[in-house]
Design a protein around this ligand. Sequence first.
Ligand code: AMP
Ligand code: ZN
Length: 119
Amino acid sequence: MYNPSTMSDCLFCKIVNGEIPAEIVYRDENVVAFKDVNPQAPVHVLVIPVKHIDKLTSSEAADGKMLAEVFSVIQKIAADMKLDEGFRVVSNCGPAGGQTVFHLHFHVMGKRAMTWPPG
Ligand code: AMP
Ligand code: ZN
């Protein structure tokens, strides 16, 4: 059932706060990146805004600068992880989109050949 998380019960807010451990690979004031606990590729990093936004369509114009920072971090992760042959960025939005954690996040996956269409 669709049940958008609030900050207090949000898994990724707890990772941001340090309440739940994660293998964090990047952190600044607005953006955190950590390894996915169930990797779907040899490199599978989740890049998230510190701000709790439940999904892509809930972001607002005022979030634009911060979301640009998220994309800069995605570029940095791709460089740091040496994904120069290519990689995939995915944001599942809503239940039919396959979203299971309702805190906006971008999957960055690489180091294997990707297929299309995704499942
Ligand atoms: P999505 O299904 O697009 O909402 O993606 C949620 C992702 O979060 C999945 O790929 C999970 O494997 C990942 N995930 C769930 N719990 C954790 C956790 N504690 N630490 C890291 N990644 C997690
Ligand atoms: Zn959250």
